[in-house]
Write a protein that binds this ligand. Sequence first.
Ligand code: RAM
Length: 915
Amino acid sequence: MLFFLLLLLVGPSWTQAAAPAAVQLAHLRCELLTNPEGIDATAPRLSWELSSPARGLAQTAYQLLVASTPEKLAADEGDLWNSGKVGGGQSGLVAYGGAPLRSRTRCYWKVRTWTTQGESGWSAPARWSMGLLNYLDWKGRWIGLDHAFAWDKEESHARLSARYFRKEFTAAKVVTQATASIIGLGLYELYLNGQRVGDQVLAPGPTDYTQGVKYNTFDVTALLRPGANAVGAVLGNGRFYAMRQNYKPYKIKTFGYPKLLMQLDVTYADGSHEVIKTDETWHATADGPIRTNNEYDGEEYDATKEMPGWATAGFDAKSWLKTELVQEPGGAYEAQMNENMRVMETLKPVALKPLAGGKFILDMGQNMAGWLRLRATGRRGDKITLRFAETLQASGELYVANLRDARVTDVYTLRGGGRETWEPTFVFHGFRYVEISGYPGTPTLADFDGRVVYDDMATTGEFATSNATINQIYRNAYWGIRSNYKGMPIDCPQRNERQPWLGDRTTGAYGESFVFDNSRLYAKWLDDIAQAQKADGSIPDVAPAFWRYYGDNVTWPGTYLTIADMLYQQFGDAQPIAKHYGSMRRWLAYMRANYMTDNNIVTKDKYGDWCVPPESAKLIHSQDPARNTSGEVIATSTYYHMLTLMQRFATVLGKPADAQEYAALGAKIKDAFNQKFLNAQTAQYSNNTVTANLLPLAYGLTPDAERGKVFQNITQKILVENTGHISTGVIGTQWLMRGLTAEGRPDIAYKLATNRDYPSWGYMAANGATTIWELWNGNTADPAMNSQNHVMLLGDLLIWYYEDLAGIKAAAPGFSQLEMKPALIDGLTSVKASYKSVRGEIRSSWQREAKRFTWNITVPGNVKALVYLPAKDAKDVTEGGKKASDVAGVKFLRMEGDRAVFEIGSGEYAFVAKM
Ligand code: RAM
C-alpha cells in the first residue's frame, strides 16, 4: 500500500489539481483556537499543519487567501488579502498582511501549499471575526449596583450576593447576524431568551482590573428570535470584589462592586444595524438565588429565591431595581485571547461513608479543582451543606487545617417539589473529599459528580513508561497542572491563597507545555506581568498583583523571561519576546542599579531555594545552613542566566549591540561569581549544596576545566551524603534532572525519579498523593503552608520525561526540527510518548531488550528529525526490516559515541538497533 502511494506521489499527474490530494492540510487555525470570534490583533496570525502518508513531506511555498465573504473565498478571491505564492517552510503564525481590518469584520480564509510531494490544493475554509477595536465601538455604559445589601457582609469573610441584570428589546426585522460582546466583572454568565451563551465558566480571564480588562465575544445569531427578546446577565465577584474585604488593605487588592458593560450588535436582513447596550434602562436585583459567592469561602444558593424566566421576555420585573451607572474599571478593553475555563471532565465519586451526626464523607478518589454537582429530593427550604478538603483526619473527618481561613463551604437550599440538580456558578474548590450534611434522605454515590474545571486547552501529550512510579507521578503532575490553570497559573486551588506566583512556573511552564497547549495562557500571563511592572522597572512575585508582593528578587520575576523563551522554543512564537523585550530590559537595568555590587554580585534574594527537604518532619523551611543555598549564589547565577536569555532575545530581534552589552556584563559576572563562590581546591561552590553546584553548571558559569569536578561534588552529595535522594527546592529542582542527564548520569536522575522513600515525588505517591505536594514532607509538615496540590516542586521533571526519556525535543523553535535522543538507563525498558506540536503529532515509542533497541517514530509533516540510535555501527540499525542507511528518506549522518545518528523527514518509521 505504502509502495503504491509512493509511486502515485512521484507520478506525473500528482501536481495536477485534479489528482487526489495526499498532502493534507489539517488544523487550520487563527490566533485564537477555542473561539474565533472577537479577535483584536490587527494582524492575526494564521497556522496550518501538513500531513501525508508518504515520508519526507516538506513545504516549499504557501499561499493564503482572506476574503470578506464565504462566496468570494470559494471563488478564490482574496479581497482582503492574497499573499501570493510565498516561498519557504513557514506554516505557523504567518501574520495577516492584507487590507486594514476594522471592528466586527468577518474574515474567511484558506491556504494551499507546495511541497516536496506536490501541491496540496486549497484547504477547507476557516473563519475569524474582528472584535471591537476602538474604545468608542463600545456604545453602552457601565452598569452595576454600587453598594452592599442588607444580606451582604463586607468584612474579612466577605459575603456579596450575585447581581442580576436584564433588558428586553424587540427585533423588528429579520436578523441575519448578532454578536454579543461582554465585559462582566468579576465573573459573568450571559443569557439570551433564557439560554446560556457559551459553555465558559468563571469568565472572563482574571486581570488586574485597574490595568486592563478582558472582553468575550459570541455569535448569538441563533439565539435571537423575531419580536420580543430578553438579555440577562449575572455577575459574580471573582477576584474583582475580593474575598477579603477591609482586611490587609496594604496587601490585598480590591476593585469595588461587580460591574457590566455589554452590547449586542444586530444586523438585519435589510442591511440595517442596531445595538442593544447596557445603560440606565436596564433593571437589576441582588435578591436572587446566589446569596453569596466567594472563591475562598464558597457559594450559597437558595433555590426558593429563584426567579423563573428572569432572562426571557415578558418576565415581571416590577420588584427589580433600576440599574446604576457606575465608574468604568481602569486600563484597556482587551479581547481575551486565552481560553476561558470550562467543565473539562466529570468524575464519578468512588466512596461515600457515613459520619456521626448525619454527615457523610464523599471521596472523589482524586484531588481535583472544580466543584461538586448534586442531585436531591426534599422539602422546600431543606439545606444541604458541602465542605471540601484534600485529606481526612484519622477520625475520618475532613482535614481543613491546611486551608488556613478559607471556609470552602457551599450551601444549597432546596426549592422542593421534585428532583433537583445543583452546582455552583462563581466558585471553585480544591478537594478530594466532601463533607455532606443536611442531605434529605440517604445520599448515594449516584447523587454526585465531580466537575473538573480549568482552562479549555487541549491535552497535547501522552507519556507512559515501564516504571509504575514514573507513570503515577506523571498522572499526579497532570492532575496538579489542570487543577492550577485558572485563567492564570495559580499556586494552589484550595487554601486562602490561589495566587499566580511567578516562581512556581519558571521552568514548570516549559514542562507543562508538553502536556497542554498552554501557549495562550502563558502569552496572557506575560501581559499580566507587564501590567504589574512598576514605573521604575520593579516586577512583583505575584501577577496579576492581587497580592501586593514586590520583593525585588531575581528568581520569581525572572519567570517573565523564561516563559517568553519557552513560548519561542516550544511554539515558535517570537511575538512575546518582541512585545516584552523593553520591559525585561528595564527590569534588568533596575535590578542592576539597585542590587548589584561594584564587584558584580547580585545581593538581593528573597526565597532562597524555596522548600528544600527540611531536617525535621514538621518543619516547613529548613533552618539548617548546610541544606540552604546562599541567596547571593542564587541571585547572581540567575541574573547571569537572564543575561544569556537576553542575548538570545536580542539576536532574535536583530539587536546585536544589545546582545553584546549583555554578553559583556555576563563575562564580568562570571568572573566575579567564580572568584567569590568557587573553591579552587575542592571545586565546590559556596557551601557545596547540590543547588549551589548545579546552577553554575547549568547556566554555563563554571570554567570548562572545573565542570567535571563540580559535577563530581553533585553526584557525591546525592549518592553518598543523601543516599540517593533529592535535596533541592524549587530553584535547584528546575535543572536537576536535565543537569544529571546532560553530564552523563541519567541513572542518578532515574534513581531520583523512581524513589518511593522520603524525600521524593514517589514518596508523595506512596503516601496517597494524587497530585504533587507543596512540600517534600507534605504528609507531616505544619499545616500553615502545606498544600497537597502545588506544581512548583516538579522542577524540570516533565521536560526530562519528554526530552530525555521519550526523546522528543525541539532542536529549532516550534519543533521545525527535532532531536530524538532518549537516555539509556538500566531498569527503564520502555517509553511510549506522543506530543501534538504546532507542526503536528510527534510519536516516540521504544523498547529495550538485552541487545536490541526497537523504536517506532512518527514525525509530522514539514519537520526534520535527528534520531540517535544506540548502536556500535550504522550497519547494526534497520528500518522497516532493511538496513537503515539504504532506506530512502533515512540518511546516516555520523557516529556519536555509542549512537548512530540518522536524519529523517516526516512519516512513520520502525527502527531496530543491535546494541
Ligand atoms: C507560598 C507558596 C507559593 C510560593 C510562595 C513564595 O505562598 O508556596 O507557591 O511561590 O510561597
